[in-house]
Design a protein around this ligand. Structure first.
Ligand SMILES: Cc1cc2nc3c(=O)[nH]c(=O)nc-3n(C[C@H](O)[C@H](O)[C@H](O)COP(=O)(O)OP(=O)(O)OC[C@H]3O[C@@H](n4cnc5c(N)ncnc54)[C@H](O)[C@@H]3O)c2cc1C
Length: 331
């Protein structure tokens, strides 16, 4: 049955992703944008915190701008899991009826958001880069479309809540206001019906900095020449204390796994320094890294599109330039 639009729908919600007791950076970014929308609507900004032994995080969330934190703290939420988290979110949304629900466009968020939207028979706009409100208070959700060649603005006027995901680093983090307080609502959930079993949790990127949060990112493209040469990219990243990234061409070729892919169908990064080695600069790659503060591009083709957005361009062979850079950094 369709959800009816009622006056009772109220507030902007941010889903709180956390890991090992730490709130994910994207949550603080969504709180910043959520605050702006909530203020414009004249309605509260709330967080949904699901987990096990996580109640202590609610005061942090309030200091980052949440007026209300709905907490469901149960042992079954020890590890993120689609089945129980989606059921819980569906229940909470139907009970408390928010107008807008924002979820981080992380691996977990991308899995959770569509499940919840489908259960609630509402719309979901993935990977938004901008929000606004129209005169009726509908959320205007802007995201790249047609391979990043144009921006589409999407509305969901007939269903509630309005749901959207946003990738990490698209918005800036909310500033912490020490001592800022809010309302904590401890919720009782109905009986949980798990249908998945977690056999093992594997940390994929246990070594090196996390790509989405790294200040320095060194990325390799097809121009690196082969999987054996990709080691050069990894060595440069290590010498700079940065994370390793790749273009889709390299991921498709199997030189490195997908978690390192930057771009439209990979991650969005916004480091202080992005070094692009042997990457042509296709639009689908650029949308994932163009907001880096400083971009250094190494490419043997002086007309490669990557140079149009590079702060510094080095024209030459990566196999000569990267070892020279590593040597210079080490000395
Ligand atoms: C729907 C869709 C989604 C996509 N999503 C993504 C995405 O998320 N991320 C992404 O990256 N791509 C994505 N792509 C693919 C994208 O269009 C490009 O094909 C891809 O980015 C190209 O990767 P590349 O730059 O490594 O390879 P190429 O385009 O082949 O470029 C290689 C570059 O290396 C240079 N070169 C060659 N040899 C050397 C050398 N020895 N020294 C120095 N330079 C050298 C060449 O001059 C060239 O500029 C997507 C495409 C589509 C259609």
């Amino acid at each position: 049955m369709e959800m009816q639009l009622e006056q009772t729908e109220r507030g902007v919600w941010v889903f709180v992703e956390h890991r090992k007791g730490e709130i994910a950076g994207v949550v603080l970014e969504l709180l910043n944008e959520g605050r702006r929308l909530a203020k414009q609507l004249g309605e509260p900004l709330a967080c949904i915190l699901l987990g096990s032994s996580v109640v202590h995080l609610s005061s942090d969330l309030m200091e980052y701008g949440a007026d209300e934190v709905y907490v469901a703290d149960v042992p079954e939420f020890d590890t993120y899991r689609d089945d129980l988290y989606a059921d819980a979110l569906e229940y909470l949304i139907e009970t408390y009826r928010p107008k807008i629900v924002l979820i981080g466009g992380t691996s977990n968020g991308r899995s959770l958001a569509p499940r919840v939207a489908t259960k609630l028979k509402t719309g979901l706009t993935a990977d938004c880069t901008e929000f606004d409100l129209d005169d009726e208070g509908n959320l205007l959700q802007t995201r790249p479309a047609f391979g990043g060649n144009l921006m589409a603005t999407i509305r969901c006027p007939k269903h509630r809540p309005q749901m959207a995901t946003v990738r990490p680093k698209v918005f800036t983090e909310a500033k912490r206001e020490t001592g800022r307080a809010g309302k904590e609502i401890l919720v009782e959930l109905p009986e949980l019906n798990p249908w998945m079993e977690i056999l093992e949790v594997v940390d994929e990127d246990a070594v090196g900095p996390n790509l989405a949060e790294a200040d320095i990112v060194v990325a390799g493209g097809r121009g690196v020449g082969g999987p054996e040469n990709f080691q050069l990219v990894e060595e440069l990243a290590k010498a700079l204390g940065g994370a390793v990234a790749a273009s889709r061409a390299v991921v498709d070729a199997g030189w490195i796994n997908y978690s390192h892919q930057v771009g439209q169908t990979g991650r969005t990064v916004a480091p202080k320094l992005y070094v692009a080695c042997g990457i042509s600069g296709a639009i689908q790659h650029l949308v994932g890294m163009q907001s880096a503060e400083t971009i250094v591009a190494i490419n043997q083709d002086p007309d490669a599109p990557i140079f149009s957005i590079a702060t510094y361009g080095l024209v030459g062979d990566v196999k000569e330039i990267i070892p020279a850079l590593i040597k210079a950094i080490k000395s």
